[in-house]
Design a protein around this ligand. Structure first.
Ligand code: MN
Length: 248
């Protein structure tokens, strides 16, 4: 990979993203983040199967869009994540997507198993406007799966549910954020979790104060706020990066 200028920098950002997502409570021992290869759109980079907080540059593997590791010299003996097909099939279905996060962060889970719809409650999460799809694995995998996207077929089904959205829930499992860069996808994963926490808090306040409804951002506000934040994507990244400095 050394012939591609910038690949080392991209791997460095991918390692940092793993550490940030752990530090910000988006991933724990499980979950993963990937990035599309900068010059080969039919490939993507993803760590071997270890806890994101422990990922180092030497753990990064290269996969094709069937989810097969392609760099045998660097992958021999390495175990890939079972759910790498989330990444491979999203990259196949969405040419605009350059980076993918899959996580099980606690606050989003309730929104996948109830009628409560995850919606943008503050200007930091305008990317949730337009509806958050919820993947029902029983539709594609039947009633007796282990809930994991462990085949390309389930990955295809998930990508179909995701459609053109920036974020999707997975019923009883977690969520997936997609973006046009590592920075954007980390931002989305962090603020989707925060939005879920705040939305649940607002629902508790409503219950405690005798009723009413959450006044969500409308579509125009969400789009405006999202564009404003997009211009400042580097700011939270640099802060989150500072917090994980020295973890490699
Ligand atoms: Mn998972």
């Amino acid at each position: 990979m050394a012939e591609h200028a910038g690949i080392e920098e991209l791997i460095d950002d991918l390692v940092t993203a793993n550490h940030i997502l752990y530090n910000e409570g988006v991933v724990d021992g499980f979950g993963h983040v990937s990035v599309r290869h900068p010059t080969r759109p039919d490939l993507f980079l993803l760590s071997r199967s270890i806890a994101p907080g422990k990922v180092k540059a030497g753990d990064i593997m290269v996969f094709d869009l069937d989810g097969n590791p392609v760099d045998e010299s660097s992958t021999s003996g390495r175990k890939p994540y079972l759910e790498r097909f989330i990444h491979s099939e999203v990259y196949r279905a969405r040419p605009d997507v350059q980076s993918v996060v899959h996580n099980h962060s606690p606050a989003v889970i309730p929104f996948g198993v109830t009628n409560a719809k995850l919606r943008p409650i503050s200007h930091m999460s305008g990317f949730l406007a337009g509806g958050v799809p919820n993947f029902e694995i029983r539709d594609a995998g039947g009633p007796a799966t282990d809930m994991l996207i462990r085949t390309p077929q389930l990955g295809v089904a998930f990508a179909r549910t995701l459609g053109g959205a920036a974020f999707a829930l997975m019923r009883g499992h977690g969520a997936v954020a997609v973006g046009d860069s590592i920075r954007q996808v980390v931002y989305r994963a962090v603020y989707a979790e925060q939005n879920a926490r705040l939305q649940a808090e607002a629902l508790r306040l409503i219950a405690a104060t005798g009723g009413g409804e959450i006044n969500f951002l409308n579509d125009a506000e969400a789009a405006g706020a999202d564009a404003a934040n997009y211009a400042n994507m580097d700011r939270p990244w640099e802060l989150w990066k500072m917090r994980v400095a020295g973890q490699r």
